[in-house]
Design a protein around this ligand. Structure first.
Ligand SMILES: [Zn+2]
Ligand SMILES: [Zn+2]
Length: 92
């Protein structure tokens, strides 16, 4: 879930360093609790928008939310991330 790969470089079979350009997040209530078996749950419904730029100047956005720490064993609150590629200065 913490693995960030530049989608443009990935398409070109390149590897690149990726820098975070900040993020913004909606502010909604979320729940964290321990269930009857002691498993920790953290259900964050906030949609976070994260901005990234790779060392080749490609910028892209990652949008979504993380999953519950007990997922997938004890919970079905799964991480959902969507990568939006925004610029590609080079031709493919
Ligand atoms: Zn790139
Ligand atoms: Zn959970």
């Amino acid at each position: 879930m913490c693995k960030i790969i530049c989608p443009v470089c990935e398409k070109q079979g390149k590897k690149s360093k990726v820098f975070s350009n900040g993020c913004s997040s909606t502010l909604m209530a979320f729940g964290n609790y321990h269930d009857k078996d002691g498993n920790y749950h953290y259900h964050d419904f906030n949609i976070t928008t994260e901005y990234y730029e790779c060392e080749f100047g490609h910028t892209f956005i990652r949008k979504g939310h993380g999953g519950c720490p007990s997922y997938p064993e004890y919970c079905d609150f799964k991480p959902e991330w969507e990568i939006l590629s925004t610029t590609n200065k080079e031709d493919e």
